[in-house]
Each structure stands twice: as structure tokens, then as C-alpha cells.
Design a protein around this ligand. Structure first.
Ligand SMILES: [Fe+2]
Length: 296
């Protein structure tokens, strides 16, 4: 029963990530990838299963405060002005405020609030240094930056993996936690983990390039040859065609049908997180929940 309640509450929390993805479509699948990178990094660093789960959950939800940022700024193709960047920098606290009243807020609050802190103290919103920033947020900071660098955005192309890794190493002990950077580099050197996440929006599901605007579209796990896919960036309607290891998209013109607007990849990736809930322990979910609702 308690487990059922926890799953229901967690599902309501995960739904918030879909809202962010729908509003900021250029980052297609960013939540899933940051969740995956965070999970793999936490496991590689030897953290216990509960921390690994919290890293995946925190990575998935970290940017939920972006719902409070004007779309004109989120989608701006050029460089941000100082004033626009000041607005972007509010998203960790906006996210923390949005989470505050959720019964499971404390499972994700560290990642949401502190993922832009830097170990040298030059991050935001609090300028925390070193280990004053929570473990989960130091992991998510690396996962988030790596995905930002290896994804195509409205203002630049994706960078090769090795270049993004070199930047993480250069920022070791400055922007990023040194020990976690080392673990991430080990993940990269192992070879088979990161390439299955970069450029994907789900397991074995590569993003498809929009022929109209070049943005990357998240393809649902259930997609089959000939399905229609709507580009949420330019509004173009496209037809999907299976390629050797991904999808090609061809322009169709016209309006999307209601089914094309359904955020189906999000429900599938949410189910993956629900399935990853570690066994309930009093000190974890039940303890947290009981404390919050005043039950012993
Ligand atoms: Fe962020």
C-alpha cells in the first residue's frame, strides 16, 4: 500500500518534467539523457542504489524551473543579453518553489535547486563551494553540462564527445567536482555507455533531425515506419522513415493531428523511473513520507 502511494506521488512529480520538455522542445529528450548520465555516473562512482536512483530522478527533473522562463528567451537563437541571462538564472529557485509543496519534494530538491552551483563557488543561486553543494547536484551538474555540449541547440551544433570530455577535465575542481569528473571520464573510456545516451531521447531511440529547421525531435518508442512527427520548434509536420540505426524525417506540410502532439516519449521514460524505485526502506521513502505527513 505504501509502495502504491509512493508510486502515485512519484508519478505526479515526474509529470512536471514533461511540462518542461513541451515548453523547451529544442532540447528534445534532455531530461531523459541527464537522468541517464546522472544514474550511470552515480553508479560508476560507487554510490549506493538509493543515491543512484536519486541521481536519475534528480537528473530527470533538474530543469523544471524552466517553465518559469519566457519562451522568447528559451528559444532565442543568438547570445543572451545580461538581463536575459539574469532571468535564466532564476530557474533553480523557481523550480525549488514549484516543488516545495509536493510530498516527495525532498527527493529532487537538491538537483533542482543546486545543479548550477560550481565547486569554486562561482555558480548560482547560492554560490556554494565544494562539498557544500549536495552530492546529487554535483553529479547532475556534470550530466547537464555534458548533455548541453553534446546536443544541438538553437544557437549552435552539438560538439563531439571527446571535446566535451576535454572541457569537463579542464573544469575539474573549478566548475565540476574532481572525483565525479574522473568517474565520468572512466564511463567515457569504457566506450559503450555514453554513445547510447548522446543524441537519444530513450533507449535505442535516436533523435530525428527536422528537415525544416534542423532541430532534433524526440521519437516515441512506439514509432513505426511512416508515422507522422511534428516538430515543436518550427511547427513542421514530417513523415518518419527507418534508417539503419535511427530515423530520417521528410516534410509533409499541413497541420499536425492531435495524436502527433501527444508527449508519448515522456510517459515511457517516466515508467522507466518508476520501475527503478529501490526497495522501500523505512529510512528512505517511508521515512520521508511519514515525516512529512506526521505519521510515526
Ligand atoms: Fe538548469
Amino acid at each position: 500500500m505504501r509502495r502504491a502511494i509512493d508510486r502515485t506521488l512519484l508519478k505526479s512529480l515526474l509529470g512536471l518534467a514533461s511540462v518542461v520538455e513541451l515548453r523547451d522542445p529544442y532540447t528534445g529528450g534532455h531530461s531523459w539523457r541527464v537522468g541517464q548520465f546522472s544514474k550511470c555516473l552515480a553508479a560508476k562512482a560507487g554510490l549506493d542504489p538509493e543515491q543512484v536512483f536519486l541521481a536519475q530522478l534528480g537528473g530527470f527533473l533538474h530543469d523544471l524551473g524552466k517553465v518559469g522562463i519566457p519562451e522568447s528567451i528559451l528559444r532565442k537563437p543568438g547570445r543572451l543579453t545580461e538581463e536575459e541571462f539574469a532571468l535564466i538564472k532564476t530557474h533553480p529557485l523557481v523550480g525549488a518553489d514549484l516543488l516545495a509543496d509536493h510530498p516527495l519534494a525532498d527527493l529532487a530538491i537538491d538537483a533542482v535547486r543546486f545543479h548550477h552551483e560550481r565547486v569554486d563557488g562561482r555558480g548560482y543561486p547560492d554560490g556554494l563551494t565544494g562539498e557544500d553543494s549536495p552530492v546529487i547536484s554535483r553529479i547532475v551538474a556534470i550530466a547537464d553540462a555534458f548533455d548541453a555540449m553534446t546536443s544541438t541547440r538553437s544557437y549552435r551544433q552539438a560538439m563531439p564527445l571527446e571535446k566535451a570530455i576535454a572541457i569537463l577535465m579542464a573544469e575539474r575542481g573549478r566548475q565540476f567536482d574532481g572525483a565525479f569528473v574522473d568517474s565520468f571520464v572512466e564511463l567515457y573510456q569504457a566506450g559503450d555507455v555514453l554513445p547510447h545516451i548522446v543524441g537519444h531521447s530513450d533507449h535505442d531511440q535516436r533523435l530525428a533531425g527536422c528537415p525544416g529547421c534542423g532541430a532534433k525531435m524526440a521519437v516515441p518508442r512506439s514509432a513505426v515506419n511512416g508515422d507522422r512527427i511534428y516538430c515543436r520548434v518550427c511547427g513542421g509536420l514530417n513523415r518518419l522513415e527507418r534508417e539503419d540505426d535511427g530515423w530520417d524525417a521528410f516534410p509533409l506540410g499541413g497541420m499536425p493531428n492531435p495524436a502527433a502532439l501527444r508527449p508519448s516519449p515522456e510517459t515511457e521514460v517516466q515508467d522507466e523511473i518508476l520501475a527503478a524505485i529501490p526497495p522501500v526502506r523505512k529510512s528512505f521513502f517511508v521515512g520521508r513520507l511519514s515525516a512529512m505527513i506526521g505519521v510515526q
